[in-house]
Design a binder for this molecule. Sequence first.
Ligand SMILES: Cc1cc2nc3c(=O)[nH]c(=O)nc-3n(C[C@H](O)[C@H](O)[C@H](O)COP(=O)(O)O)c2cc1C
Length: 219
Amino acid sequence: MTDATNAIPKNEPHPSSTPRRIVVGITGASGACYAVRVIELLAASGIETHIACSNLGKRLLAEEMGITKLDPDALSGGHGARLVIHPGNDVGAACASGSFKHDGMVVVPASSNTLAKIAHGISDNLVQRAAQVTLKERRPLVIAHRESPIGMAEIEAMRRVTEAGAIVAPLSPGFYLEPTSIQDLVDFMAGRLLDLLGVDHGLAIRWDEHLRARRTQSE
Ligand SMILES: Cc1cc2nc3c(=O)[nH]c(=O)nc-3n(C[C@H](O)[C@H](O)[C@H](O)COP(=O)(O)O)c2cc1C
């Protein structure tokens, strides 16, 4: 799983064989279930998924999901083989460097604290550092913020990260697909976040498909 296993002769041109990689940052906002579902879907679709979790992110995983240890299988519904969990306070971890190639990062759930830190270029932990690097390398960064209501500090931080190239995706699921469970609501958001990262998934979250299904039912 580490780059060292793919050792190549120094400075030799070589064909690209890099698998798709996504970085997931988990922070101390409510909504740990969204993080677990996103990780599950990424890992299930064969994407090398790199996790960075803040201290408060760990607390919320424990309080809301009963996950007390950052275990690859617990975080990915049994698809842990493609998961790499980095120490959340190690700003020298692999995904803290711009030389670590990946296809995008999602911070889910994103606290107002982390949002503000990213907006102001502060990197106190690996989530913040990996997000900064994603922006500076002009890779996709999706910030799935959760807080309500929000004040001027959050609005200003959202403006700043948006101008820097990030997409702010508030964790605010729609109800037009007639959800009947919390899982439906979680899947709605998880699917939209994967869409923003350009990752295919089979979740039934599309309005046009819903309309078609409704029409078929009423025929
Ligand atoms: C139970 C609990 C729930 C919280 N929910 C939120 C939340 O939904 N949104 C938010 O911005 N902060 C929330 N916080 C506060 C953050 O955890 C706090 O600001 C922390 O500093 C965030 O650190 P981090 O950004 O490094 O994860 C919550 C804290 C606790 C203990």
